[in-house]
Design a protein around this ligand. Structure first.
Ligand SMILES: [Zn+2]
Length: 249
């Protein structure tokens, strides 16, 4: 039987094949390019970046006041859910374009990798947020796993499927506060024991962090001393708010 992860690995295989053949055009500007994102776009892409890349975003008041009390210690994001990032994330999630995961992680590593190494926050393993079977059948790939695999390849560490989603959850935005709590309760289980002391959960976008928090809670219950970070491509917050925001002490 073909498992979910085997199918996601098939996308990774197709991606490597595309690299061998050579990309014909830049994904962003559609100019002829052997690279997925041409060097002009890498240089000039207007991204809604945070002012101090690599800094723990939980220390930004405007970010932290949007989030539920986090069960993780460090939050990193390429930028705010704005401009070009909205387009790429929508293509990844709703337009059957798994290659958008490559574009996002390429931009993520271009702008953040050196700073993340400097801040010493590279984990031993990247952990994808699993999809429910219902969503997986609809999308045919787990966008979170594609992102996690790319990051694991880039930083030469593991991509570890430590979590399993055992319950299909509704979109949190459609529910009231009480329903939100019960919606996510018991959504995940830990699949196996693992040797890691430091992991990073990966997802495309964080809004209140309820889903990610639930996943962190389950991992922490399994291994209380575990250090957990969260890396996402975007945080839902307007870039204007962040640009004027001082980092709180
Ligand atoms: Zn380009």
């Amino acid at each position: 039987m073909i498992s979910k992860n085997m199918l996601t690995d098939l996308f990774t295989f197709k991606k490597h094949l595309a690299r061998l053949v050579g990309h014909k055009q830049c994904y962003l500007c559609h100019q002829t390019s052997q690279e997925l994102v041409c060097h002009y776009c890498m240089r000039d892409a207007v991204l809604p970046l945070f002012p101090s890349p690599g800094h723990n975003l939980l220390e930004y008041k405007k970010v932290s006041e949007h989030l539920l009390r986090p069960h993780y210690e460090n939050l990193q994001a390429l930028g705010t859910y704005d401009g070009i990032l909205i387009g790429l994330i929508n293509q990844l999630k709703f337009a059957n374009k798994p290659i958008a995961a490559d574009v996002l992680t390429k931009l993520f590593t271009q702008y953040l990798a050196q700073r993340l190494i400097f801040f010493n926050v590279i984990p031993e393993a990247f952990v994808p947020i699993p999809l429910s079977n219902f969503r997986y059948v609809k999308r045919q790939y787990n966008q979170s796993r594609l992102l996690a695999k790319n990051l694991a390849d880039y930083f030469s560490c593991d991509c570890a499927d430590l979590l399993e989603r055992v319950k299909h959850t509704k979109q949190q935005s459609q529910l009231n506060q009480e329903q939100r709590k019960s919606n996510l309760a018991d959504a995940f289980i830990v699949r196996r024991n693992f040797p890691y002391k430091r992991v990073v959960l990966v997802d495309d976008v964080i809004t209140t962090g309820a889903t990610i928090n639930e996943a962190c809670k389950i991992l922490r219950q399994h291994k209380p001393e575990l250090s957990i970070g969260v890396w996402v491509m975007a945080v839902t917050l307007s870039s204007e708010e962040i640009a004027t925001e001082e980092i709180s002490p």
